[in-house]
Design a protein around this ligand. Structure first.
Ligand code: ZN
Length: 94
């Protein structure tokens, strides 16, 4: 995937899986869909693997100071410094 700054990637997020803390974004450079896993204080780039069960294969993990994740039923909310993103969940079962 293209090297992107975190803010550009988060600005391009369009879907989330709150139970797994996964989010998807569309690369603003090449339109490829990429996936991130998020935690308080860090995020990881990786690939989703649906066989045999949903799994996230981490390729690179970044530590981020002042990065906060709140997974809710219908979205994931991310906050960093004075920025905030709300990424809607994919519908159940997908
Ligand atoms: Zn790209």
């Amino acid at each position: 995937m293209h090297e992107l700054i975190v803010r550009d990637a988060l600005d391009a997020c369009f879907a989330s899986w709150p139970q797994q803390s996964w989010i998807a974004f569309r690369c603003p450079k090449c339109s490829a869909v990429n996936h991130l896993k998020v935690w308080d204080g860090s995020l990881a780039e990786g690939d989703l693997d649906g066989v045999p069960g949903p799994a996230f294969i981490i390729k690179r993990r970044l530590r981020l100071d002042d990065f906060h994740v709140r997974a809710r039923e219908r979205d994931i909310e991310l906050r960093s410094l004075d920025l905030q993103w709300t990424i809607p969940a994919m519908s159940a079962g997908k």
